[in-house]
Design a protein around this ligand. Structure first.
Ligand SMILES: *[C@@H]1O[C@H](CO)[C@@H](O)[C@H](O)[C@H]1NC(C)=O
Ligand SMILES: *[C@@H]1O[C@H](CO)[C@@H](O)[C@H](O)[C@H]1NC(C)=O
Ligand SMILES: *[C@@H]1O[C@H](CO)[C@@H](O)[C@H](O)[C@H]1NC(C)=O
Ligand SMILES: *[C@@H]1O[C@H](CO)[C@@H](O)[C@H](O)[C@H]1NC(C)=O
Ligand SMILES: *[C@@H]1O[C@H](CO)[C@@H](O)[C@H](O)[C@H]1NC(C)=O
Ligand SMILES: *[C@@H]1O[C@H](CO)[C@@H](O)[C@H](O)[C@H]1NC(C)=O
Ligand SMILES: *[C@@H]1O[C@H](CO)[C@@H](O)[C@H](O)[C@H]1NC(C)=O
Ligand SMILES: *[C@@H]1O[C@H](CO)[C@@H](O)[C@H](O)[C@H]1NC(C)=O
Length: 542
């Protein structure tokens, strides 16, 4: 008996010493491929003398970057080959040295964005939320540290583990300063992706440190998120190639790393399942896009930018069937690719939570359909948003009606809120039309081949700006007829003569949006207009 226990312990430590062969090899093939390819790419960016990754942005004069370094350090622990663990500990120690340590400051417990930056709040480096400091990085780095402790505690020295726990204590305390609407912060429970991470980090860290207060705070915050979710079985921040991916990451952590007495353990799988049910309806496997509307998007075509959902699709469907190209780091928004090692490690557990049949639904287009849902994002939403999306073989139309206190959705961003989106296959690539938000309210009616837009609070000064894709067949667009692959018929009470301009990398009237060049078709109201502005677009594939 004793010998066999010893033998077992011996084998275990042997396995651990050779963790590189075992841990990564134990991942299922898609996850393993994603892990290996992303790490190989990041290896080129690693500056061992600094103990940080260089910033992926080629235009950063060899500065470094904190968040991707944390993700890479996690990957090094999983790989555990050669000096990997020593490098990981070096990176982690550096990142924690650069964590803000003064409890009197709003950015307490947050992490520097780059080791080169001046001290936040110093005379020539004013504190600016989402500028000189990004409060969400507590969550991004904190969740990574927790995964490192959960998965690779046996590789970390006691000193590093202790440091990580102290770092998490401070990150949690600093995160508790965040109150939506106070000090310029926007962390409401409805801001789904960081709020899910915040509840998790607080709940986990509190338990680990035996700090009941922290545990209770995490649970209470999670309950607020759950209550909001339960209104319509949707996340407040709904349908985003990037942020649905973060929320699914956070919900996986809720489901995996907390004990049974946590509300997060109880609701995480249910929320994750409902979110995937919506994704399965909206994902178009042939067009390789999640149809609109998008609450927050970092591009107009998922085939051209790296989205976090694409990483989940890679783990479930394989790389070819995801929206990534062979070399994802060439795509726009590629810095998110650095998250891949964490997604890879979670992949098998994550897929065990999916509702039955999800992968099948995601794998091939299951025919024309209409999806509808509601979502609610207080305090910005004055009423639930009503989402309606029609999908057909080569054309999708999705839009949401909203009534809000701001322009640009819950993130008050005109360039990422896309409340009405049309996508089609133009023979060569995915083409798109997206309504650029300029109003606080929209009433949108979607029908097969039709998008009918009304501004209930609009007036004679209202405009309808349509961001329209460029196309290879006809690079110089002068009228609707030049837009390829679709006939567009316009009606409504707008002045039928529209303005047309170009937003380009090298010229035109405006700058690109999230790297995408586009044509700006803008409709105004006729002189002396009275009434409710309306624009109706009808589409026929040609
Ligand atoms: C590290 O911590 C563990 C458990 O907390 C303890 O058993 C072990 O002796 C420690 N190792 C060293 C080298 O201090
Ligand atoms: C945590 O915060 C305290 C102040 O509350 C500070 O003294 C300490 O250095 C911080 N620890 C780390 C690891 O940053
Ligand atoms: C417990 O949490 C509350 C609310 O976040 C806070 O006001 C209080 O100071 C905390 N107490 C301790 C002992 O940390
Ligand atoms: C969404 O529909 C509900 C009725 O189901 C309605 O009460 C609400 O006002 C609508 N929201 C918007 C923004 O139009
Ligand atoms: C579009 O909506 C407007 C305003 O509700 C309505 O008057 C018009 O008939 C609708 N157009 C179509 C084609 O349904
Ligand atoms: C239309 O509404 C906007 C915003 O409320 C206002 O600034 C503008 O003056 C109005 N224009 C007209 C012509 O009433
Ligand atoms: C689109 O064009 C209109 C009319 O020229 C202009 O007012 C608006 O700022 C442009 N929008 C964008 C996003 O470039
Ligand atoms: C419609 O717009 C055109 C071009 O700006 C303008 O010449 C014309 O007067 C407008 N018509 C009305 C009815 O406002």
């Amino acid at each position: 008996m004793k010998t066999s226990v010893l033998l077992f312990a011996g084998l275990l430590s042997l396995c651990r010493a050779h963790g590189k062969d075992n841990y990564v090899a134990s991942l299922s093939p898609n996850a393993r491929q994603m892990f290996t390819e992303s790490m190989t790419w990041m290896d080129d960016y690693y500056d061992s003398s600094a103990g940080y990754l260089y910033n992926f942005d080629a235009a950063s004069a060899l500065r470094h970057e904190t968040r991707s370094s944390a993700w890479y350090a996690f990957g090094l622990l999983a790989r555990n080959s050669g000096h990997d663990v020593a490098e990981a500990e070096k990176i982690i120690t550096n990142i924690i040295a650069g964590q803000y340590k003064d409890p009197a400051e709003q950015w307490y417990g947050d992490y520097q964005q780059e080791p080169e930056e001046p001290y936040v709040g110093s005379p020539n480096y004013k504190a600016k939320i989402y500028g000189s400091f990004d409060p969400n990085w507590r969550g991004f780095v904190g969740t990574t540290f927790i995964m490192a402790v959960e998965e690779f505690r046996h590789l970390l020295s006691n000193g590093t583990t202790k440091l990580i726990l102290e770092s998490l204590r401070n990150a949690t305390a600093g995160d508790s300063y965040r109150v939506g609407g106070v000090d310029g912060d926007n962390l409401y429970a409805s801001y789904s992706n960081p709020s899910i991470m915040r509840a998790f980090v607080s709940g986990w860290t509190g338990r680990r440190l035996g700090d009941k207060n922290m545990t209770v705070a995490g649970e209470a915050y999670a309950q607020e998120i759950i209550d909001l979710f339960n209104l319509h079985s949707t996340l407040s921040e709904f349908n985003s190639g990037t942020y649905t991916g973060v929320s699914l990451f956070g919900l996986t952590l809720w489901s995996k790393y907390l004990p049974a007495d946590s509300v997060m353990t109880q609701y995480g799988p249910k929320m994750l399942g409902a979110t995937w049910n919506a994704v399965a309806q909206l994902w178009h496997p042939d067009m390789k896009n999640m149809a609109g509307p998008w609450d927050r998007a970092y591009g107009y075509d998922m085939n051209k930018y790296v989205s976090l959902m694409a990483l989940w699709f890679w783990t479930l469907l394989g790389k070819e069937a995801s929206s990534l190209i062979a070399k994802p780091h060439v795509m726009s928004h590629m810095a998110d690719y650095a998250w891949a090692p964490l997604f890879a490690v979670l992949a098998d557990f994550h897929s065990s939570l999916l509702p039955k049949g999800t992968v099948k639904k995601l794998s091939s287009f299951k025919g024309e359909r209409t999806f509808s849902a509601k979502a609610f994002y207080p305090p910005y939403d004055l009423a639930a948003r009503n989402i309606s999306t029609w999908l057909s073989e080569k054309l999708t139309i999705g839009a949401e009606s909203f009534d809000e206190t701001v322009v640009g959705g819950g993130s008050t961003s005109q360039t990422s809120f896309n409340p009405a989106v049309v996508q089609w296959f133009n023979g060569k690539e995915i083409a798109f039309i997206s309504l650029y938000p300029t109003e606080t309210a929209l009433s949108a009616v979607v029908a097969p081949g039709r998008l009918n837009l009304t501004y209930p609070k609009g007036n004679a000064s209202s405009i309808f700006t349509l961001v329209v894709s460029t196309n290879k067949q006809k690079p110089t667009v002068t009228e609707w007829e030049d837009v390829q692959g679709v006939d567009v018929t316009v009606s409504g009470n707008v002045n039928a003569s529209y303005s047309l301009s170009f937003a380009g990398r090298y010229g035109g009237a405006a700058s690109v949006i999230r790297d995408f060049e586009f044509w700006n078709f803008t409709y105004s109201m006729p002189d002396g207009f009275q009434g409710t502005p309306n624009l109706c677009l009808e589409f026929t594939l040609v």
